[in-house]
Design a protein around this ligand. Structure first.
Ligand code: DC
Length: 224
């Protein structure tokens, strides 16, 4: 199958909007591959923190991004063979990821890696710029949102569930700051792609959101 014929569903949205869960389940239901592009930014951030790479050294950070030695299994993420599934979810890593994601060279450094995930029978790509930049010809584009309070609550439960400590006020502040940084950066800012369906998940269960995306995909296939 030529690469351009392999279907892609892009799911973009702010942090803790539920897109990870929804994207994962949609991929499972369709038997598609799954790209967690945020994990690539987090892996770059983790490498930088460990190597003490200055966060203003754009070129060193871009080299880290381009040379990421990472692999993914069902639920796990590896960096140079080490299981870093938990480590990349720490708040410090997320905040660093959001900072380095403002750097054009870092974003460029990760593009080739992201494109490699497009493989038969299809891909569900989860991130901030999947429908706007990386896969602008995706068959279906969805932009997920949820109120900042809903997202802070979800993130709180997620962190506590994983054994991290968490504080609601800090999370609300962090999320608000991260939203502003993601939406206002000059390169690939977080915004709905042209033609994206908007999905506000504040009052939806993950299953309802999954059904909605699958319904839209079925229509897109019929019409495409
Ligand atoms: O989805 P996440 O919280 O794991 O993403 C971590 C950071 O990476 C997020 O603050 C912004 C950045 N990111 C990005 O700029 N572009 C993407 N496609 C995915 C993530």
């Amino acid at each position: 199958m030529p690469n351009s014929r392999i279907p892609v569903i892009s799911l973009d949205g702010p942090t803790a909007s539920g897109k990870g869960t929804v994207a994962h389940r949609v991929a499972e239901r369709l038997g598609f591959h799954y790209l967690d592009s945020g994990a690539l930014y987090r892996l770059t951030a983790l490498s930088a923190l460990r190597l003490r790479t200055p966060l203003n050294d754009e070129h060193a950070l871009a080299r880290l991004a381009e040379g990421l030695n990472c692999s993914f299994s069902e639920e796990e993420v590896f960096l140079a063979g080490e299981n870093v599934t938990q480590a990349i979810r720490a708040e410090e890593v997320g905040n660093t990821a959001s900072r380095i994601a403002t750097l054009p060279t870092v974003r460029q450094g990760l593009v080739a890696l992201q494109l490699r995930f497009r493989a038969p029978p299809g891909l569900v790509a989860d991130g901030r710029d999947m429908g706007t930049v990386v896969f602008p010809h995706a068959q279906l584009k969805v932009f997920l949102t949820a109120s900042v309070e809903t997202r802070a609550e979800r993130r709180y439960k997620q962190l506590i569930g994983k054994g991290f400590s968490a504080n609601m006020d800090d999370l609300l502040k962090d999320l608000t700051e991260r939203d502003a940084r993601d939406a206002n950066r000059s390169v690939a800012p977080l915004k709905p792609a042209d033609g994206a369906y908007m999905l506000d998940t504040s009052d939806m269960t993950a299953d309802e959101a999954v059904e909605q995306v699958l319904g839209w995909y079925a229509s897109a296939r019929k019409n495409g």
